[in-house]
Design a protein around this ligand. Sequence first.
Ligand code: FDA
Length: 503
Amino acid sequence: VATASGAPDPFLGCLAAAGVPPRLLHTPSSPSYAALLLSSVRNLRYVAPSTPRPLAIVAAAEPAHAQAAVRCGRRHGVHVRVRSGGHDYEGLSYASLDPRERFAVLDLAALRDVRVDAARAEAWAGSGATLGEVYYAVGAASRALAFPAGVCPTVGVGGHLSGGGFGTLMRRYGLAADNVLDAVLVDADGRLLNRTTMGEDLFWAIRGGGGESFGVVLSWKLRLVRVPETVTVFTVRRSINQSASHLITKWQQIAPALPRDLILRVVVQNRHAQFQALFLGRCSRLLRIMRAHFPDLGVTQPDCEEISWIQSTVYFAFYSSSKPLELLLDRSGETGRYVKAKSDYVQEPVPRHVWESAWSWLEKPEAGLLILDPYGGRMGSISPSATPFPHRKGNLYNLQYYSFWFDNGTAALEKRMSWVRGLYSEMEPYVSKNPRTGYVNYRDLDLGTNELAGNVTSYAKARIWGEKYFKGNFERLAAVKGMVDPDDFFHNEQSIPPLPLPA
Ligand code: FDA
């Protein structure tokens, strides 16, 4: 196996000697390289011609290939970036910001078996599976079981679970990471470990601390949760003229306090607020709850659709419950987009006048959208240190600022980026403080990036962004990193730095 220049590359030679078949090694000179690199990319900002590209893509087909990538990478000074679904907002699974970095992408897309044991209400899912593939397999096994995770079906299990993962069932069952029972991981020495052999500290860290700092998670054992065979969904749209500002203002206190069987999220775009609900029960009961808690929204019987939970995943992803379930298996999703996102946690209701002035931002031609996901319910009763994900009690909702565009010009990029950054900056007085927190799965490099201190990532520098994602859990994450990867093999622009063990 050779590099683009034809010279034998010791890293690739090592992989071949370790038994990785050449057909799974893709270098820039392979005809398959460009298409494979792009296959799961969800943000074209990180595949620009100027972005440093991997010297190889290792398309692992079995655990031994991932072990070989880690061992050979360490031996030959090649950094390994792990990619499951490729949805990282800042491209960290396939791109580097450092032109000097020699790195390979370890692509896990082929490791995507999902095996459901309906009788035990458990499943094993490969990291390369998408959420849609997990939902489809669970739904096929039982109408009364579900898995609580994100809304977009093309998101990869590997990145999503290792960063937390929330969706329409979180108020009832918490995060995806809260429902992980076991995991199989390749550590920095290339060993294959499970929960028992990795120990509880490392098992804690990979359920919300970002897997990429600790190893390569190959598969996850999931606790499936009970749902009624019939659930109810609705979407109601209210425009500025239909008192959208008033409704959003009220929603901020109502939604986090609703019964935990109900989630009512809001997407704000152009001149509208779209209220989307999933209720684990029938329409008649949902209407009673809405009348009691939020009569101003005016939800009525014709707004309701009674469907199965698996159909509800299609409903939230594709805005229609009548589309075929097989769409959940489509891994292609929405590619071809440039993306910038940021996030906040809101702990006190944002005053109405702020929402009224937000419309001037949302009506701009370069505007993106806002997604408001209410917490409360189960999210508020899990301790902030149970997993690295600290945003529990006291958070009303997660606020995401999301912009996407299709034009590859610099002018479009600058306008879109400054829209997201401008609105984020304007919201500062109204969101969490000291630190202003964000969600690691909505990766945002504006919060800070790593610097080296000697050969390893500086703890002092990393704290700047790290405490925004992890608050008090950051130090424990760094201590775990110090135990399991003191040489900092698994690093990227926002990886956890190793905290040296006290002498
Ligand atoms: P990707 O493969 O890019 O990995 C993301 C990060 O995790 C990288 O740093 C990577 O190295 C690391 N990683 C990936 N696999 C690993 C493994 N097996 N072992 C160790 N490290 C690994 N979130 C949410 O909570 N709820 C939601 O509803 C949504 N919706 C949503 C929609 C869309 C369109 C996008 C683009 C993103 C979301 N997200 C989300 C955010 C999503 O959860 C987040 O981007 C995940 O990290 C994506 O995981 P992937 O495996 O797809 O990403």
